[in-house]
Ligand binder design. Structure first.
Ligand code: KLS
Length: 301
């Protein structure tokens, strides 16, 4: 089972290579592509303190993410799965039709997927020749339009490139069905679904004690995903301040919850997702172990 972390929005965060050096982290979601483009336009991106502040002319797409460009090869050498995350809490623009959704999906594929000389003059390469391992949908508001279409379009592009496996993941919030991603999760093949079991009363991990934590509901949803190997992750705040007050649970509580659900749902249980990497790094226990080290120890226990 795996530990997945979001990276890119951490306060004073270290560069990506420092997290790829951590053996306790398996999957890193680079956040975020947070500007949703009109058809023919470039999306917007934001990776916090990591890029040089330059953009492709006339766009909000960062063009100078030199450290990310230099670090992704190191992450690949370390065996990490690197996902590019779409959305986050602060987004601009809205997908309102299929043509726009297909444009956005193709842009992501030709700009961050395999290098393709046939389209090199049409799409930028913000991460250079680096190829991400897949795309994550962390859509937190705005409704369902476009996401299913984008995922289907990406699946079509994946099939055209059969010599490498590409992944699709989603980060719904725990109320079901998720207003943004519920339809896509029910009807398109996904590899990882990391549910944000926080920031929502009556379904979060902290509700394990009052019996309303809804992992069982999500296990049923993921078990009926078109991908029979789809994995469900428990998404958690990596520190008290990483989510709204009261949603953080400590490693002892996580251990109880994870051991229960890992045993009950061995096929669908994929691991733990943390929001987010820098909060986790700074949240050390009495032995100096980071929160992601503590999570890995629970999964391996
Ligand atoms: C995986 N995505 C998130 O964890 N998003 C997230 N934490 N969004 C957010 C919601 C409310 C306040 C701040 C951030």
């Amino acid at each position: 089972t795996n530990v997945a972390v979001y990276w890119g929005q951490g306060r004073d965060q270290q560069r990506l290579r420092d997290f790829c050096a951590q053996t306790d982290i398996d999957i890193i979601n680079l956040g975020f592509i947070n500007g949703f483009p009109t058809q023919g336009a470039y999306p917007g991106s934001n990776f916090g303190n990591q890029c040089d502040g330059n953009f492709y002319p006339g766009s909000d797409l960062l063009s100078g993410c030199h450290q990310i460009v230099d670090d992704i090869p190191i992450c690949k050498q370390m065996g990490k799965t690197i996902m590019l995350s779409i959305g986050g809490a602060y987004t601009t623009g809205q997908i309102t039709n299929d043509a726009q959704a297909n444009w956005f999906a193709d842009f992501l594929w030709y700009s961050f997927g395999p290098v393709n000389s046939a389209v090199a003059d049409q799409y930028p390469r913000p991460f250079g020749d680096n190829v991400v391992d897949g795309f994550d949908f962390d859509i937190e508001h705005g409704g369902p339009i476009g996401w299913k279409t984008m995922i289907n379009r990406l699946h079509m592009r994946f099939q055209e490139h059969s010599d490498k496996k590409f992944y699709i993941s989603a980060a719904p919030q725990c109320p079901t069905p998720d207003a943004q991603l519920g339809d896509a999760i029910a009807s398109t093949a996904l590899d990882f679904v990391w549910v944000q079991f926080y920031n929502n009363e009556g379904c979060s991990a902290k509700n394990f004690v009052d019996g309303t934590f809804n992992f069982d509901t999500w296990a049923g949803i993921i078990a009926s995903n078109p991908n029979p190997d789809a994995k469900l992750f428990i998404g958690l705040p990596a520190a008290p301040k990483a989510a709204n007050d009261g949603y953080y649970i400590d490693a002892t509580q996580v251990s109880t919850l994870v051991r229960w659900y890992m045993a009950f749902y061995p096929k669908v249980f994929g691991g733990i997702m943390l929001w987010e990497a820098t909060y986790a790094q700074n949240n050390k226990d009495a032995l100096g172990r980071t929160y992601y080290q503590q999570m890995k120890d629970i999964l391996d226990s």
